[in-house]
Design a protein around this ligand. Structure first.
Ligand code: NDP
Length: 505
């Protein structure tokens, strides 16, 4: 596989390289260069030139090119899924799902950019009635994207597709565990678009740090909360704005009136799908006491049929990042040491890169299995006396990314009380597949939004224009204004806003 940005300058010395490994076998999938500061800056300079061309295209011309890219990616879906499978170890089906959803987002962004971002008229208000007020969203220029390995297509494409559709150029630094996915995406883009509007730089953390300092106009980061803080600090040096999509500790609430089969199915898939390496995956489950035992029986029955293994029939792949295994083991050990019980899996669940589904009950709420992101196929399940308690426990986390509610009658009512970026009712992670819904978190889960109209605006600045249509009745922005104007303004403002509320004063 070759890098798409062949126009990076030669630095003289042969660049250092790193290997992308297959976590199932340990085999080297491919070797990539470690791009240093000079190469990253050169990529951003190239992107800046390309951005001028890209942003000057008409909406239709940009849309056509994005749609052509979309069609190429779609026709080669199997090939992309194979690269993802090789580098992350996840089952083919999981790789296919995330790639298919990313294509749907690309289509939405391309189709809706004009409608969301073009200049529109807004009311000018009574005091400024002589003005025609309009607002338009302009591209920022060059957007740096730093992505994780767990959903190496879906997650960064939430920034890449929306930034491109808004008229920006993109320089993408994929995770060191999934460089080939980033290279594949940029290579297919550059097959169909004349100029290097989308480039990829490869390397380790330092390459990401160099991208933060390379003069990009915004940095879209997806990864852990700890790295997000480093990214923000680096970007602060140049007042580069950041979008942070960080970790999660998502809760699933099961109400007394829930469809328990569906809830158990959703909980198992939400917690164990992609081997639990999902930012918005289910990590905590709170169940109404009236249905707790029945729900647990169903949950255990479903989880017992699942296993992680190298055999192609296994629905759970390996843990992609070697270091994560220690975190998963620590959380399970801590839960068990503090009185928790494993109904499925447990201490023996962790064997090298393979972690078997684990269901933990009776775990104290302040143990690491409940408070920290585990990122493995595990979940804690706790009994609650009512929905108020479920809501309070859900909201007690410093993370606040996604959430799930299973209830026939109270889903909406509970969802509205959750302090999170997203909620799925009677389904899991469904919000991520709806292109018009914003995706992002609160608190330690980050800020800013990808997807939907918010996701397009995230990569723009608003340009407001007030155009005088006729001379005003009272001229406010002149040294010529006299006391009469001030008296008239006072009367008008009192008439408009003097009666603030109907509450007794
Ligand atoms: P990391 O924070 O380890 O890495 C994320 C990216 O940052 C990688 O490309 C990494 O490069 C790069 N990086 C590392 N150090 C620096 C640095 N100093 N400056 C700039 N960039 C740097 O996260 P993971 O890759 O382990 O991803 C898993 C995390 O991502 C989980 O916490 C998960 O919850 C979160 N996530 C959040 C999502 C969301 O939308 N909210 C979606 C998906 C995941 P390298 O890999 O080369 O070290």
């Amino acid at each position: 596989m070759t890098l798409s940005n062949t126009d990076l300058p030669a630095t003289g010395a042969r660049p250092a390289t790193f290997d992308s490994l297959n976590p199932r076998t340990g085999d080297v999938v491919e070797t990539y260069p470690i791009h240093g500061e000079a190469e990253v800056r050169a990529a951003v300079a190239t992107a800046r030139e390309a951005a001028a061309w890209w942003s000057a295209l008409s909406w239709d011309d940009r849309k056509d090119r994005l749609n052509t890219w979309k069609a190429v990616v779609t026709r080669r879906l199997g090939q992309l899924a194979e690269v993802v499978h090789q580098e992350t170890g996840k089952p083919h089906g999981d790789a296919l799902l995330e790639s298919a959803l990313a294509i749907d987002h690309l289509a939405w962004a391309a189709a809706h950019a004009r409608k969301v971002l073009r200049r529109r008229k807004v009311p000018s208000g009574l005091i400024m009635a002589n003005q025609r007020a309009t607002v338009e969203y302009q591209p920022l220029g060059v957007v740096g994207v730093i992505g994780p390995w767990n959903y190496p297509v879906f997650t960064p494409m939430g920034s890449i597709a929306y930034a491109l559709a808004a008229g920006n150029a993109v320089v993408f630094k994929p995770s060191e565990y999934t460089p080939g996915v980033g290279v594949w995406l940029a290579a297919t883009f550059n097959e169909v678009v004349e100029k290097p509007v989308f480039q990829v730089v490869t390397g380790l953390g330092e390459t990401g740090a160099a991208l933060c300092r390379a003069g990009v106009d915004k940095l879209a980061f997806t990864g852990s909360t700890a790295t997000a803080k480093l990214v923000m600090a680096a970007c602060a040096e140049s007042l580069t704005p950041v979008l942070i999509e960080a970790g999660g500790k998502d809760a699933l609430i099961v109400a007394a009136d829930a469809d328990l089969d569906a809830a158990a199915d959703g909980a198992v898939w939400g917690a164990c799908g992609n081997a639990g390496q999902t930012c918005a995956g289910v990590e905590r489950v709170y169940v109404h006491e009236r249905v707790y035992d029945e729900f647990l029986d169903k949950l255990v029955a479903k989880a017992q049929g699942l296993y992680a293994d190298a055999d192609p029939q296994a629905k759970i792949g390996p843990i992609t990042m070697p270091g994560q295994v220690d975190i998963i083991r620590r959380h399970i050990d801590d839960a068990l040491a503090r009185g928790g019980r494993a109904l499925v899996g447990g201490k023996e669940a962790v064997d090298g890169q393979w972690v078997q589904p684990t269901i933990l009950v009776d775990v104290p709420e302040d143990s690491s299995a409940v408070t920290e992101e585990t990122f493995g196929p595990t979940m804690t399940v706790a009994k609650v006396k009512d929905l108020d308690e479920a809501v309070a426990r859900t909201n007690a986390s410093r993370y606040a990314l996604g959430s799930t509610v299973y209830s026939k009658a109270h889903g909406m009512e509970v969802a509205e009380r959750l302090r999170v970026g997203m909620t799925a009712i009677n389904g899991v992670i469904s919000f991520a597949g709806v292109p018009s819904l914003p995706f992002g978190g609160v608190g330690d889960s980050g800020f800013g939004r990808i997807h939907g109209p918010d996701g397009l605006k995230e990569f723009c600045y608003a340009h407001a224009i007030a155009r005088q249509r006729f001379k005003p009745m009272m001229s406010l922005t002149t040294f010529e204004k006299d006391e009469k104007v001030e008296t008239r303004l006072t009367k008008l403002i009192t008439m408009l806003h003097g009666r603030g509320s109907t509450l007794p004063r």
